[in-house]
Design a protein around this ligand. Structure first.
Ligand code: SF4
Length: 246
């Protein structure tokens, strides 16, 4: 089913972002994502944002924040991390999953940055994508949280929520990124990831989304087609059970 046209207007998407941000604010005020925390505490150091994003793959936010702070306390910059002992790096980042592989990866990235870019992170999508373990989501995180340039990092939360609402109808995060960058006003790109990662953790959760309290439910396709029909069946099921007991 094609999503209603009005859901795809830049103004509606802005309203969706504002409503989701309001819900996050009401649910839990002072709890930024790991990447926002790293960006705030380092004044958006692209190197630390890049390394932390690689550490965050398949890892929960609190573990990413813990591993990153332990790693950067010992190896604060690209030069020291490139020269670090891999086992020491693995021990420091152990709270994250696949820590042995990630230890080798972050060292490799640091060495490449030193050899090819004078120790700087390139502000260029193609060059970022050449680095090991860096895909579009990671590269876009470096743009948003590091360089503060407009981009839309699409992780599982952003992909799931915009498909549930019906703004996009896509199969992969890459397709969602393409659609959202086409539909959303460029000046709304920067806050989008931060808002929807938190919204996905707190409200529109992968399993058991809080649809009845959600400020977006009047716009949401999932609410209309999945949640409401399911809720309407519940009293009927209870009544059927009562009849069968009699
Ligand atoms: S109504 Fe439910 S599915 Fe739709 S955005 Fe809100 S929580 Fe997610």
């Amino acid at each position: 089913m094609k999503p209603p046209t009005n859901l795809q207007s830049a103004a509606t998407i802005r309203r969706i972002i504002q409503d989701a941000a309001g819900a996050v604010e009401r649910a839990r005020k002072d709890d930024p994502t790991a990447l926002q925390e790293i960006s705030d505490s380092t004044d958006g150091d692209p190197f630390r944002v890049l390394i932390s994003t690689v550490l965050s793959h398949r890892t929960r936010d609190p573990m990413t924040a813990l591993a990153s702070s332990r790693l950067f306390a010992r190896f604060p910059n690209v030069k020291s991390l490139a020269a670090a002992n891999t086992r020491t790096v693995a021990r420091l980042i152990k709270p994250v999953g696949f820590y042995n592989t990630k230890a080798r990866t972050v060292k490799k990235i640091s060495k490449i940055l030193l050899a090819k870019y004078g120790g700087k992170v390139p502000e260029n999508m193609d060059q970022l994508l050449e680095l090991p373990s860096v895909g579009r989501k990671t590269a876009n995180c470096v743009f948003v949280y590091g360089f503060k340039t407009p981009a839309i990092p699409v992780d599982t939360h952003v992909h799931r929520i915009f498909n549930r609402i019906g703004v996009v109808k896509t199969k992969t995060p890459e397709e969602t990124e393409k659609e959202l960058t086409r539909l959303a006003d460029r000046k709304d790109w920067l806050p989008l990831n931060e808002v929807f990662v938190k919204f996905g953790q707190l409200v529109c959760r992968p399993i058991g989304p809080h649809c009845s309290d959600c400020p977006l439910n009047h716009k949401c396709n999932y609410y209309r087609t999945e949640y409401l029909p399911c809720v309407r069946k519940r009293p009927l099921r209870r009544a059927e059970k009562a009849i069968s007991i009699q």
